[in-house]
Design a protein. Structure first.
Length: 439
């Protein structure tokens, strides 16, 4: 029985092989089978997502994406140089789990587009994921560096930077309007510029600056687009105070009434913001500020409330944020007392006699003035004319004058005369006016 069993188990080898080929267990693949398996590309894993592309210079575009796989995976970066609808070609393959790539084989012009897919290799088998979204970017000029802002001796700030771009068509200088605020375009420079002088500054104020390169691109259809570098770092400087102005000269004071002095001077400094008028009533021992006028105001000063017949002196300084100039020359005057009890008596059709009381002990003389107004009476043109004329200048101590009227406008003087007034004179000026009606 044992011998019969052994004889039954002895099966020819060829039969075993045939049985194995027909059975359910597969054999090892042949060399041809391995080649086919290694080249198949069937999406079997979730693809990367969130692809982005951005440029920070004129020679580089950075691509990044999110890894959505569960196993260590490398990535293929495919690029099109003809936009999203162009042909994508393999650009680079990253190492496992690396989710960014810097494309430095770019030029300036149309956007470059990218999409990424995962690549998983197991033994001799390679499986590719689906592609990510497409991300596009165009190169931008390289940002300037080493930006500096330096206050100059005069009232301006010098901004300088290092030109790092070979494709910019100019630079934009951005300035901060207030501390911690936004930066706004302040100036534009030509290509290859490395400095700008900001003279639109206020004395003693801090200003902060950034600089960015700009590229202008003219398209065949006539449109224009611009690309900008990232802004540079921020540089700040405080605008310097100006030099103090030069002193005024030719200060001249005159009485404009018995209690008022008018002061004029020559401005010798374009840096002056205004002028300070100083008064002395003790021949220059003590000076006090009488008043201030700005540069935009009329170049003169009127000092009211003076004492009649009391000598007063004036001098002027110019000032700005940098300081005050030395004083000008001094000019002294004495406002004279005005005449009183002024009368006018008509002696005949053309003769008037004026009388008054002399109240001044320092007057240099007296003046009689006539005021007038008349219309055109020849019918040739319409209009009304007004003015005043000096009738006579009299020596000091005078108290009367007989005046013969003359023609003014049409007819005799009194047809256009409004009235008369009398003043005493002193130091190039005069007292308060005392008017008298036409008799």
């Amino acid at each position: 029985m044992r011998l019969r069993a052994l004889t039954h188990l002895m099966v020819p080898a060829s039969a075993v092989l045939i049985s194995a080929c027909e059975g359910p267990q597969p054999l090892e693949p042949s060399a041809t089978d391995v080649s086919v398996a290694s080249t198949r590309s069937v999406p079997q894993q979730t693809g990367p997502y969130g692809a982005t592309a951005s440029s920070s210079s004129d020679t580089r575009i950075d691509v990044s994406w999110q890894d959505n796989s569960t196993k260590p995976t490398s990535f293929e970066v495919h690029r099109s140089i003809n936009g999203e609808s162009g042909v994508f070609a393999l650009l680079a393959t990253t190492a496992a789990r690396i989710t960014s790539y810097s494309d430095q084989a770019v030029g300036f012009g149309a956007p470059y587009c990218y999409k990424v897919r995962g690549v998983q290799t197991s033994g001799s088998k390679t499986t590719n994921s689906a592609f990510s979204n497409t991300a596009c970017a165009a190169t931008v000029p390289s940002a300037p560096t080493n930006v500096a802002a330096v206050a100059a001796p005069a009232t301006y700030v010098n901004i300088s930077w290092e030109d790092n771009s070979s494709i910019e068509t100019g630079y934009q200088v951005l300035r901060e309007v207030w501390s911690g605020g936004q930066f706004f375009l302040h100036a534009t420079t030509p290509a290859n510029a490395v400095a700008h002088a900001d003279d639109a500054v206020r004395d003693g104020t801090q200003y902060c600056y950034q600089v960015r390169a700009v590229r202008k691109l003219d398209h065949p259809d006539g449109s224009v687009t611009y690309s900008y570098s990232a802004p540079s770092s921020t540089a700040c400087a405080t605008a310097p105070l100006p030099l103090p102005p030069v002193a005024p000269s030719n200060t001249i004071a005159r009485p404009s009434s018995s209690t008022t002095a008018t002061v004029a001077w020559t401005d010798n400094s374009p840096r002056a913001d205004g002028f300070r008028n100083y008064r002395s009533t003790d021949e220059g021992t003590v000076w006090i500020l009488a008043g201030t006028v700005t540069r935009m105001q009329w170049q003169g000063f009127e000092d009211t409330g003076r004492q009649t017949e009391q000598r007063v002196c004036y001098r002027v300084t110019a000032f700005n944020a940098g300081g005050e100039s030395p004083p000008s020359n001094a000019s002294c005057i004495t406002p004279p007392a005005f005449p009183t009890n002024v009368t006018a008596t008509r002696l005949d059709a053309q003769t008037i006699e004026f009388k008054w009381n002399d109240n001044s002990s320092i007057e240099e003389g007296y003046q009689i003035w006539m005021t007038w107004g008349y219309g055109v009476c020849d019918g040739a043109s319409a209009g009304w004319y007004e003015g005043e004329d000096l009738v006579v200048e009299l020596p000091p101590g005078s108290t009367s004058y007989r005046h013969t009227e003359v023609s003014v406008g049409c007819g005799y003087e009194n047809q256009g005369v409004n009235g008369y007034y009398i003043v005493s004179t002193k130091d190039g000026g005069r007292s308060s006016a005392m008017g008298v009606p036409i008799p």
